[in-house]
Design a protein around this ligand. Structure first.
Ligand SMILES: [Zn+2]
Length: 120
């Protein structure tokens, strides 16, 4: 048994977040367990389970840090620079915008592996 002598509780009697003292419980001369006493108001908790330890009160988190979605970004700056809109092969004509390599109509936001950056 390696329990700390004093632990924090959120006392249900006095409402304080304070330290609790563990006290041995005897049945005659035999130690049968421990009770916990609020150091602020003296409220006794009969067992560890009934003692509102601060750590135990903290709600378990359903999601770990790793489960959190990455900061949402639709395009990274690098990907954005590979859009057809920035490509020197994109040809604008009255009917729309066309890729000079594939001769297909493209959207300005299309990403292309044949992308070649347009000179400014
Ligand atoms: Zn108390």
């Amino acid at each position: 048994m390696n329990k700390p002598q004093a632990r924090e509780i959120n006392c249900s009697a006095c409402g304080e977040v304070t330290l609790v003292r563990a006290e041995p419980v005897y049945d005659g001369f035999k130690k049968v367990g421990e009770c916990f006493v609020c150091t602020a108001c003296g409220k006794q908790y009969a067992s560890e389970e009934e003692t509102p330890f601060v750590n135990a009160v903290a709600k378990p988190t359903l999601f770990t840090e790793a489960d959190r979605p990455e900061k949402v970004s639709v395009f990274s700056e690098d990907e954005r620079q590979r859009c057809c809109a920035y490509c020197r092969e994109m040809v604008l004509n009255p009917f729309g915008q066309r890729c000079g390599i594939t001769n297909r109509f493209v959207e300005a936001t299309d990403l292309c592996e044949k992308f070649a950056k347009k000179e400014k």
